[in-house]
Design a protein around this ligand. Structure first.
Ligand code: AMP
Ligand code: MG
Length: 420
């Protein structure tokens, strides 16, 4: 039986980082930068004011205090978006707004709060003279050009995951597109004669297909483009038909038909159309798993992950083995899920030396995280997954963990964006 790590390594060895593409900035959220981003100009481009106040010469305000007001002549005003044509001469000042370029001749900005402006009537209209009531340091409230980025500087390195802040940096440099590793298209096929799509009346013996929805939404959440191909019945024609429709994808994910008993059709079809290995992975849930390469058009072969059918098993197997594959294709280097150490409030039993991923509810009290299981852990009980915000891990070498013991918990909802 393979360990989770062995199974993951085998899968990762067979999937590759996809090629780059240019996409509009907003669409690139969560994608990985395929080249270094350089500053094509200084940001800011010119010295500018950090405050609303008066641009002046520091030499003119030496010794200014509340009880020693220095009077300057106000020769004009400049707001953000304008460039003043005036020059600050000795004894003069220009009223300036935050973000406006510092006028020639000025080296310091004194904020309104350190002037007598509010005491002057009609302050918002023209102020002819201004009393400076504090000696701001030279260069005070001036944001120097190039403070944020210098022309030619590498502001973002190839391989960076684009979050809102990175998208903002690119926008501030004038980029409207980003060159990123493209998103994998993931074909999703559910298999089983018993399955029908939601929205249709259930006949006796049938169940609704939930795996297509859990897996497609996880694919989307982690940055892939899911394509729900449909439900394959347990027969050759139907299976072949679904596989033919999946050949456009970068990754095929099927569910069910990989456990002992009824997987023969899936196994035969996939073996005939590529190479497939059926594995037992030392984990609970989700022991039975398949992985292989499906022959596509021309020389292409498409990685194929065959998840177990039980709804919780399918989700957990996707988190542990599908997600790293997807993130690798997207160019991520951190493939780990975020974890916390938590004090277990109840018990997890492990009777056959597998790694147990118990659905758990993690809470925080002060500095300590606590975890309790969601109750019955049957791999068919999908509502237990809906109650959980983490997967508490009992290592394979322990017979169980009990109340008060510390466990590692993979947080299910902490990584939208993938970097923390
Ligand atoms: P199998 O791996 O085909 O033996 O399926 C294991 C269990 O998972 C059976 O109870 C199936 O009915 C159930 N199952 C398989 N596929 C799905 C699905 N797409 N949605 C919900 N349950 C499923
Ligand atoms: Mg089945």
């Amino acid at each position: 039986m393979l360990s989770v790590e062995e199974a993951r390594d085998k899968i990762l060895a067979l999937v590759s980082v996809l090629n780059p593409e240019d996409v509009p900035l907003l669409e690139a959220m969560g994608q990985v930068l395929a080249e270094d981003a350089l500053a094509t100009f200084d940001i800011p481009q010119w010295d500018n004011s950090a405050m609303d106040g008066y641009a002046l010469r520091h030499a003119d305000i030496r010794g200014a205090r509340a009880d020693n007001t220095v009077m300057l002549k106000v020769i004009g005003q400049v707001s953000a978006g304008q460039v003043s044509k005036l020059q600050v001469q000795p004894g003069t000042a220009i009223r300036i707004m935050t973000g406006a370029p510092i006028p020639i001749g000025a080296d310091t900005v004194v904020p309104f709060e350190e002037t007598d402006e509010s005491e002057r009537t009609n302050a918002s209209n023209a102020v002819n003279h201004i009393g400076i009531q504090a000696e701001s340091p030279k260069g005070g409230s001036v944001r120097p050009s190039g403070e944020d980025a210098r022309v030619g500087e590498k502001v973002l390195a190839e391989g960076s995951v684009l979050r809102s802040s990175e998208l903002g940096v690119l926008a501030s440099l004038g980029y409207s597109n980003a060159r990123v590793i493209r998103r994998p298209v993931v074909a999703i096929v559910s298999t089983g004669d018993e399955l029908v799509a939601p929205g249709v009346k259930l006949e006796d013996g049938k169940i609704y297909d939930s795996n297509s929805y859990t897996i497609a939404s996880l694919v989307k959440r982690y940055g892939g483009v899911p394509q729900i191909i449909g439900i394959a019945s347990d027969n050759l024609d139907s299976m072949n038909d679904m596989l033919n429709q999946s050949l456009i994808a970068d990754l095929l994910i099927t569910s069910a038909g990989v456990s002992k008993g009824d997987y023969d059709i899936v196994k035969d079809v996939l073996a005939e159309r590529g190479e497939i290995a059926f594995w037992s992975v030392r984990m609970r849930p989700a022991k039975p798993l398949a992985f292989g390469m499906l022959r596509g058009h021309k020389d292409r072969s498409i990685p194929h992950l065959g998840l177990p059918g039980n709804p919780v098993s399918a989700m957990v197997a996707f988190e542990e083995l599908g997600r790293p594959a997807l993130l690798k294709m997207l160019g991520y280097s951190n493939l780990e899920k975020p974890t916390v150490k938590a004090v277990l409030e109840d018990s997890i039993v492990n009777f056959d030396s597998r790694r147990v991923y118990a659905r758990a509810i993690v809470t925080r009290h002060g500095d300590t995280y606590f975890a309790r299981t969601t109750g019955p852990q049957g791999s068919n009980i999908l509502t237990s997954m809906a109650k959980a915000n983490g997967l508490a891990i009992c290592p394979e070498n322990l017979p169980g963990v009990g109340p008060g013991e510390t466990v590692e918990v993979q947080m299910l909802d902490w990584d939208q964006g993938g970097v923390f």
